[in-house]
Design a binder for this molecule. Structure first.
Ligand code: F6P
Length: 501
């Protein structure tokens, strides 16, 4: 099993004189100033920073991201550089300041109103606006300028994260032929018929083919990407070898499923703090009085299928009145990207659905749906995952979905049932969940009923198998699987990855 130490040793051994540059839209350390004027730095929740931070500490490289707060300006030098972690610096975070106008076009516009619905195929019409695309190009160029400045003609490996930066590999490559460039695409990739909706389809593909290595979560996203290249560009595609030859460039396309830090989530779930939270929540939610808990944890996003799961709970209550007064379904998670109309409208839809179901079935002493549209401290999330009789992940489409893996890692008692959408990347690995089609409300309700009536031996058998899978395929394995081919390429005489294809 991979550990953070293994990852550090790998990088120390194989990076040699290459400089490691990571680029993402979000920064790995966030600064804020409290009411007394004291500066605090924290790592945002989520697996990405947890995985890449050990790589960065071992390499002493640079992580380039967009600046997100005024507090950043208190600590950065004139070139936007901040040594991190703040208390014991080991590498450089370099921040790009972009204007509100640029961010509206680059992040909210092209990335999240255009590429996000396009890649997720969740029946929200993508908006492709040329002013947004201009901003996307400008900001990708500005990221490239910082990368090139950091590389300064030294040998370098550049590891780019996600759909905000599809053009960045090309912009780097135009100025630097020698850098080894890899990119991980954290969301699904659509088939050619869907992808052709994007008016700048060729630019996007051309940008991404400047990568030496391109990672997606599961094989079908790789296949869709290769089909798009085959359909729209003049390139040689080798699907059996996961390789594209494009002019004199070669890109390897690999499925590398992202994961979580299983051990730290497992360890947190066993702490006295979490046990105390479990007692408190158990009283608050009536679980100590025999109530059953169903749980959904998501950013409020239309791809997550939140109304769909609420309708399945409604159907369950219609069909099996024995759950009245007994079942509580808790939906928790903060609103997100609220400057975008489709996201705001979705928040209203969720609220209306919750109210409708509670008005229909609720009683003075019981509401079937609890909706907490907020984020919670990590031990509270951990306690909820431990308490939930079942956890629902009903994405209409999702690159991976780490909530599913977090639920499994938290179940140190090997109990609980995961109900998982067939359209989440995680369904590929977590076949011992109850797999549902979130659009098929009746079957979805049946699956919840099945979860609630599954005998304990069967629940344990399934959970144990899923825990073994997630423990083995953890976030450190993901990061190692990306770094190994990149470092191999940097060590070879051959131009980049060709020798390893
Ligand atoms: O799933 C893609 C992703 O970019 C994740 O990496 C991230 O956690 C999530 O979307 C939220 O994104 P944002 O940065 O827009 O809040």
């Amino acid at each position: 099993m991979w550990t953070s130490d293994d990852l550090e040793s790998l990088v120390k051994r194989d990076l040699s004189d290459y400089r490691l540059i990571v680029v993402s839209n979000r920064q790995p350390y966030v600064f804020n100033i409290d009411q007394y004027g004291n500066l605090h730095s924290e790592m945002p929740p989520g697996g990405l920073t947890a995985a890449i931070d050990p790589l960065m500490r071992a390499s002493g490289g640079a992580w380039i991201a967009q600046s997100s707060s005024a507090a950043d300006r208190e600590v950065m030098d004139p070139r936007g550089r901040i040594p991190v972690p703040y208390e014991s610096p080991a590498y450089t975070m370099r921040l790009l300041n972009i204007s509100e106008y640029e961010n509206r076009g680059y992040y909210s516009g092209f990335a999240n109103e255009g590429l996000w619905p396009l890649c997720h195929i969740a029946h929200t019409e993508p908006i492709f606006d040329s002013e947004h695309y201009d901003c996307y190009q400008t900001v990708n160029r500005r990221f490239a300028d910082l990368v090139l400045d950091e590389i300064d003609d030294d040998p370098a490996i550049v590891l780019i994260q996600d759909y905000h930066l599809a053009l960045l590999p090309r912009y780097i490559r135009e100025a630097n032929q020698d850098a080894v460039i890899g990119q991980f695409w954290h969301i699904p990739w659509p088939n050619p018929d869907i992808f052709r909706i994007c008016p700048w389809q060729d630019d996007i593909l051309d940008g991404m083919l400047a990568n030496d290595l391109l990672g997606f979560h599961i094989p079908s996203y790789c296949r869709n990407f290769l089909d798009c290249v085959d359909t729209y560009l003049d390139a040689q595609v080798h699907p059996d070898r996961g390789r594209v030859d494009y002019g004199d460039e070669t890109t390897l396309v690999r499925s590398i499923p992202i994961s979580i830090d299983f051990d730290s989530i497992d360890a947190e779930a066993r702490t006295p703090e979490v046990e105390a939270e479990m007692l408190r929540l158990s009283r608050q939610l009536g679980l100590n009085r025999g109530r059953i808990l169903g749980l959904g944890i998501d950013r409020q996003d239309y791809i997550k299928g939140i109304p769909h799961r609420l309708r399945a709970v409604e159907r369950l209550l219609e069909q099996w009145p024995e759950y009245h007064g007994r079942l509580v379904f808790l939906q928790v998670g903060a609103p997100s990207r609220t400057d975008i109309d489709a996201f705001r409208q979705h928040n209203i839809d969720i609220e209306n659905t919750v109210n409708r179901i509670n008005e229909r079935f609720g009683r003075e002493d019981w509401q079937p749906i609890l909706h907490w549209p907020t984020t919670l401290p990590s031990p509270t999330f951990s306690a909820l995952r431990r308490l939930a009789d079942f956890c629902v992940v009903s994405s209409l489409h999702d690159g991976m979905n780490l909530v599913a893996k977090e639920y499994v890692a938290s179940r140190v008692d090997e109990d609980g049932v995961l109900i998982l959408s067939e359209f989440a990347g995680a369904a590929h690995e977590l076949a011992d969940s109850l797999i549902v089609n979130p659009y098929a409300t009746k079957q979805f309700a049946d699956a919840i009923h099945q979860a609630l009536n599954m005998d304990v031996a069967e629940r344990r058998r399934r959970m144990r198998k899923m825990r073994d899978i997630v423990r083995e395929n953890n976030i450190y394995k993901w990061a190692g699987s990306i770094m190994q081919p990149l470092m191999k390429a940097s060590a070879s005489d051959h131009s980049r990855l060709v020798s390893t294809a």
